[in-house]
Design a protein around this ligand. Sequence first.
Ligand code: COA
Length: 322
Amino acid sequence: MRAKIIGTGSCLPEKIVTNDSLSGLVDTSDEWIQSRTGIRSRHLVSSKQETTLSMAAKAGQAALEDAGLLPQQLDLILVATVSSDFLTPSTACMVQKELGACHAAAFDINAACSGFLFALNTVDAYFQAGIYQTALIIGVETLSKLIDWSDRSTCVLFGDGAGAVAVKASEEGMVACLQGSDGSGGDILVCKSRRNNNPYVHTGTDLDYLYMNGQEVFKFAVKKEPECIQSLLQQAGMQPSDVDYYLLHQANYRIISSIARKLKLPLEKFPSNVGHCGNTSAASIPILLDEVHKKGMLAEGNTILLSGFGAGLTWGAALLKW
Ligand code: COA
């Protein structure tokens, strides 16, 4: 049995922050941000009630309702995030409590922007092994709390939000999937962000915010993601044109269009919401999937390919029948 997505949901914070309003915070402009990234605005949390947990639970509930599943029917909850509210309990366990999914096992996965794909591939492996039959997968980030809001090279790129899918074990659904990591390249995208008050280790208590070498990340993305897509298609014995939609990690529209060019495919096959969401890391693919599904763009039997890359370094992809 393989993983089949049977429902989607998402949750975006109410506050929309435009590029123009960021130019009041740092020395930037709408023109610079749009021409380099395609981003026009992003949603950011703006109250104590909007947290990683609250967004994850809302997106998860919406996915379950879309699938017609009750929380008590879930065997497994996986949450992909690098910005959980607590180190422990995990966001997945907190979502379990919030939804009343009393029979589910729950844990978090940290693979940065590839996290949702790592979680989907993990669920698929559990299903193939016959261990579980139903799962809720959530990608959620509140990256706004990890960002240095005085660093114009990163603060304009990211947004907050959550996306979720309800998944069941089925004869069809997942066709092929892959994931990979290269820890040796990890220092181009780093966030330490942990207080250490151990009296025996004199590291200070300053928090380190997100650091990114943008150009190196760009080079990694435009090389690794098409390679990853090509090898997944090869594994499935398919051509790039056999796929109806490519739902890629929404980091930068220039990266998405470069991948479309490399695959010699029209941009219409690459739906995008980076313009109004920015980069929401592990949440970006499931938020986009929910958007595309709710717009009625997906028909039964469509072939979709999800793919992404991120800190670690990590990358992953999944080819699915809708
Ligand atoms: N507004 C205005 N100017 C800015 C700016 C901003 N928000 N951020 C950086 N700049 C400036 C730089 O200081 C630099 O100025 P200088 O030439 O005087 O030093 C100039 O713009 C060019 O900077 P550079 O970093 O070379 O820009 P770029 O064309 O590489 O674009 C990114 C920067 C971040 C948009 C691009 O590298 C990128 O998209 N990288 C991938 C990021 C990504 O996908 N991250 C997510 C990983 S999951």
